[in-house]
Design a protein. Structure first.
Length: 289
């Protein structure tokens, strides 16, 4: 089956997609993931589905056992985070995997307007430290520094004066969006950059089981002696939230359209993953593939 691009995702319950109303079991979630033969994406791409697609386990477990993930499921925020993935991150990732980069991307979103400040995707083919989150943070500060340098030149003021830039937004005034639950490198980068939150769509388990990239969990276990999910998702620096959890906590009438969008996003990332897996050995810069 193929995934055909268009500018919109069909509404849940349309003739093009039938999403099960309950996803309480792995089998039902698998049915949801494969409920349609043709899913529409917000950018031009054709994605071929593998006949052996691994179920993306979307972190839908016991909420009470996972501190920091029970964010208030505001519908406007959920919609904005999905939109940023669809419109700002996924087109970059679609291009990046063609060059052998991993499928991970990130974005910064203003808390007040829910507009994208900066978005990026993995760029490990240039440097193995260029994970999606790190590339996003570096790119944002490159943008800010260039903007402030231009402003300083015009005003003849030192570029260290942040108030001359219209592009700077304080980290605490932004949501940090990661397409995949950040690894230890990226969660540290988010911490050092001063963010008080991050939101993710795919879990560490998804990265390992659905996308065959298991280094996040392996590093947590072998280097930091943490079992899967064992890091502190709420701490004095930030709180981490699962977008899938937020979707599942919406009332049924609001949940179904969001599930449909989530299913389309998952299908797109299956295609990105297939492209990456087929090209990953071409680049010598990526040590952990």
């Amino acid at each position: 089956a193929t995934c055909t691009a268009s500018s919109a995702v069909p509404a849940a319950g349309s003739s093009e997609r039938e999403v099960p109303s309950i996803c309480s079991t792995a089998e039902q979630r698998l049915l949801q993931l494969h409920a349609t033969e043709s899913l529409q994406l917000p950018f031009s791409s054709t994605v071929t589905r593998s006949p052996h697609t691994t179920l993306i386990r979307s972190s839908m477990g016991n909420f009470s056992s996972r501190p920091g993930q029970r964010a208030a499921p505001q519908p406007e925020l959920i919609d904005a985070l999905l939109r940023v993935m669809e419109e700002d991150i996924m087109p970059k990732t679609a291009a990046g995997v063609q060059e052998g980069n991993k499928i991970f991307g990130a974005a910064m979103v203003r808390k007040d307007t829910l507009q994208t400040v900066f978005a990026a995707t993995n760029n490990e083919t240039r440097n193995p430290l260029n994970h999606g989150e790190v590339t996003c943070i570096n790119g944002y500060y490159d943008m800010v520094n260039e903007d402030e340098a231009r402003g300083a030149k015009k005003s003849k003021r030192p570029s260290i004066n942040a108030d001359i830039s219209s592009k700077r937004v304080e980290p605490t005034q932004m949501y940090f969006l990661a397409t995949h639950e950040p690894c230890t490198l990226c969660s540290s980068a988010i911490t050092w950059a001063g963010f008080d939150n991050f939101y993710y769509f795919f879990s560490h388990e998804d990265s390992r089981d659905a996308f065959q990239i298991g280094h996040d969990l392996k590093i947590l276990k072998e280097v930091f002696k943490h079992a899967p999910g064992g890091y502190a998702r709420t701490n004095s620096y930030w709180s981490a939230y699962s977008i899938i959890d937020m979707i599942e906590r919406r009332p049924p009438a609001q949940r179904e359209p969001l599930r449909a969008r989530a299913a389309a996003i998952k299908r797109a990332y299956e295609g990105f993953s297939e492209t990456y897996q087929a090209s990953k050995d071409l680049c010598r810069n990526i040590a952990l593939k």
